[in-house]
Design a protein around this ligand. Structure first.
Ligand code: FES
Length: 203
């Protein structure tokens, strides 16, 4: 699926030499020359490249998608209650690989008093935090706007609105499908994925 905000070249498959996954592959190839007796290392690099583009998995932790610290696992305390979403990526807990090579993995996190969440939202939440896909189900723009008066997320492309407290439900079209949501749990104070996204990402 094409990303509507990306240029034609950005939507194409990455060219050789481009992007983290291909850089990893090049490192693997280079490693065969220099350390031919290290197939395990090559396999590990390949697995990391795959992990960077795989969808969120149970056991993943979450990290900020922007800012100075994009590696420290997020906790509920990192998310301001009743406020605009924080964008985040899932990260593979086994390899600490942030799954940011796939733009469809971008998430929006918000934090609430569990009492204001829908029954389904309460099941998905951890520490009052809920996570939904940041990719609009209409035509795949990033849902980046926030309507503070009624606590709704809005897509800037055609103004669809989604309610994070109702598990990403559509409150205003043209989108007709809710934002896919991730069930969360706490591992100590870290927010961790309990189950994969409950629907198809994007339009
Ligand atoms: S892509 Fe979001 S409303 Fe159209």
């Amino acid at each position: 699926m094409k990303h509507p905000l990306k240029s034609e070249s950005e939507n194409q498959e990455p060219a050789a030499g481009c992007c983290r996954a291909n850089i990893n592959r090049r490192l693997v190839v280079g490693g065969i020359v220099g350390i031919a007796a290290s197939p395990a290392l090559a396999q590990g690099d390949s697995q990391n490249a795959d992990a960077a583009s795989a969808p969120p998995q149970p056991g993943d932790y979450l990290v900020r998608a922007s800012g100075d610290d994009q590696t420290t696992p997020l906790t509920p305390e990192d998310i301001v209650p009743n406020s605009a979403p924080l964008q985040a990526w899932p990260a593979d807990s086994a390899t600490q690989t942030v799954r940011s090579d796939n733009w469809q993995n971008l998430l929006v996190l918000t934090r609430w008093d569990p009492a204001v969440l829908s029954p389904e939202g309460q099941k998905y939440a951890a520490g009052g935090v809920v996570a939904q896909s940041a990719i609009c189900t209409h035509e795949g723009c990033e849902v980046t706007s926030w309507i503070p008066e009624n606590f709704l997320m809005e897509c800037p492309c055609h103004l669809s609105r989604f309610d994070p407290r109702q598990n990403g439900a559509v409150m205003q079209g043209p989108a007709t499908r809710k934002l896919p949501a991730l069930a969360l749990k706490l591992d100590g104070d870290r927010i961790v994925v309990a189950a994969g996204l409950d629907g198809r990402v994007g339009g």
